[in-house]
Design a protein around this ligand. Structure first.
Ligand code: HEC
Ligand code: HEC
Length: 457
């Protein structure tokens, strides 16, 4: 009898524990800071735009032959980099061959009104094409080179093997969204967690559906205690920043060398300020907006202007109600998280780790006028529709023209509402991962209050 009652007590306290943890998840959760390495801003910037964090790519002369010389030189780089688009860097492969390798600005830079903004998430990416054919073609071509020229194949090998493996899977129906999370998962499935060595066979399979994201602006990171939309990046940020190295890395000796520069890259990223809104602001309306913001938004997004604060909160699914596909994947397919937390990245004297959460971090809103489309999946075209969920278009199209089709009045993209899904330029919010639901906090405001908050932001 006694035994039974102890057992019963255990079961009951077990239940109480479960319901307690469930209840805790009804409230926003504070993210504690973790220790970061310090670094040198100028060195970090140089490494970012000229460094060899990828040591394999397309042989330089072949690349320039294929793409033509770029004459914009937005980054004012010299030497070989002068003739490359800002999103590629000329680097020496370990065998001395000069290659063009993609850099972080592929996804973390965008030309906006004729100016390159370093750190602005690229909302013009195109993941709708399968590049496997191009990679196979380049591979064939390079494999046929003889004599001294044969070294070119070796310099491109790591890059080509990764591209031809991931390309057929890394495809979405919609332009403008980013698949970096899926790319990371695919790459690690082909790498040993301890040695980081590549294997053509993947060690785990992943769902074929590709969950889309937008790309967060770099100038927000300095306020945040966790990285990524769902806040699951904890510990040493530099370790995450160097994640791109997984595309072509050969071994942990190379990874450690690359890692030794990412304290500087973090210092650079933390030095970036949000671009200022370039048009006139109605001061009276903005002051009104500030009051509304303080009453309705500040508790999650913090305060701006003279007294700045940022609460660093994770907002659970029960409150935020935005598309759940991104964080749910960490529970339904935890292989990526398990790989990472048992890998080279989570070892050593400045480890990083992934801590999944069912919800999203409430981001700082500095420079929010330029970061459309909104929400983690870029499903909402402008601030007006973000703050009035009934107005959000189910299918919407923007122009993707190089002269940005931006609306400064109601910050965001100019868009056309469509009746049905269409070409890859139409954002279809009925697809898995693309929903524009949730974040209903602006709905109860009046039209004037909403206008004033927009003016304030
Ligand atoms: C293929 C596109 C791509 C490339 C290349 C890329 N990133 Fe990212 N990056 C992303 C996306 C997408 C996210 C957001 C993912 C998420 O939160 O789920 C992200 C997130 C980040 C964040 C987190 C910001 C925050 O506030 O949470 C930082 C910092 C960052 N990347 C730095 C870098 C650096 C440095 C490089 C180059 C070494 C790089 N990235 C290369 C796409 C990319
Ligand atoms: C309960 C917390 C909470 C409140 C209150 C709140 N937000 Fe948010 N906000 C969030 C979270 C979490 C996200 C990210 C959601 C996602 O991406 O799925 C977000 C996203 C946003 C974004 C999109 C940022 C981007 O670049 O994509 C804007 C803009 C924004 N909020 C403005 C506001 C305004 C204005 C108010 C007040 C009317 C407000 N929020 C109230 C939690 C909150």
């Amino acid at each position: 009898m006694k035994k039974l009652s102890i057992l019963l007590a255990m079961v009951i306290t077990g239940f109480a524990f479960v319901s307690l943890t469930n209840r805790l998840n009804e409230n926003p959760e504070f993210i504690a800071p973790s220790k970061q390495r310090t670094g040198d801003v100028a060195k970090g910037y140089q490494y970012l735009i000229t460094g060899d964090y990828l040591k394999s790519g397309i042989p330089f002369n072949l690349f320039v032959l294929g793409t033509g010389k770029d004459t914009t030189n937005f980054l004012q780089r010299d030497g070989y980099n002068k003739s490359l688009n800002y999103s590629f860097t000329a680097v020496k492969a370990p065998n001395g061959v000069l290659v063009a390798a993609p850099n972080c600005l592929q996804c973390h830079g965008q030309v906006f009104d004729g100016k390159l903004i370093v750190g602005l998430g690229n909302s013009l990416s195109d993941f709708t094409l399968n590049r496997q054919g191009t990679a196979l073609f380049a591979e064939k071509f390079l494999q046929n080179l003889k004599g001294e020229e044969a070294k070119k194949y070796d310099a491109a090998k790591n890059f080509i093997q990764a591209i031809k493996t991931v390309s057929p899977e890394l495809i979405t129906t919609t332009k403008g969204v980013n698949l970096a999370d899926a790319l990371a998962a695919l790459l690690v499935s082909h790498r040993d967690p301890q040695t980081l060595r590549w294997s053509d066979k993947s060690s785990f399979t992943l769902p074929t559906e590709m969950i889309p994201t937008d790309v967060p602006a770099w100038w927000l990171l300095k306020k945040k205690n966790a990285m990524f939309y769902n806040g699951f990046g904890r510990g040493d940020f530099g370790r995450f920043l160097m994640g791109s190295n997984l595309l072509t890395v050969s071994d942990t000796a190379e990874a450690a060398e690359v890692d030794s520069h990412f304290n500087d890259v973090l210092a650079f990223i933390n030095s970036i300020e949000a671009p200022k809104y370039p048009k006139p602001i109605d001061a009276a309306m903005a002051a009104q907006g500030k009051a509304v913001f303080s009453a309705t938004c500040k508790k999650c997004h913090g305060s701006y202007g003279d007294s700045t604060s940022y609460p660093n909160l994770l907002i659970p699914e029960s409150i935020i109600k935005t598309d759940s596909a991104l964080y749910t994947a960490n529970y339904s397919n935890p292989q990526m998280v398990i790989w990472f937390n048992n890998s080279w990245f989570s070892s050593g004297d400045h480890p990083a780790k992934l801590v999944p959460y069912r919800g999203y971090i409430a981001p700082p809103l500095d420079g929010v006028w330029i970061t459309a489309p909104y929400l983690h999946n870029g499903s909402v075209p402008d601030l007006e529709t973000l703050l009035n969920s009934k107005k959000r278009p189910k299918y919407w199209q923007r122009s993707f023209s190089s002269t940005v089709d931006y609306n400064y009045e109601i910050p965001g993209y100019k868009y056309q509402t469509k009746d049905a899904p269409g070409t890859s330029e139409v954002y279809n919010t009925t697809q898995k991962g693309y929903s524009n639901e949730g974040h209903y906090f602006g709905d109860k405001l009046s039209e004037t209050q909403r206008r004033s908050v927009i003016e304030y932001l």
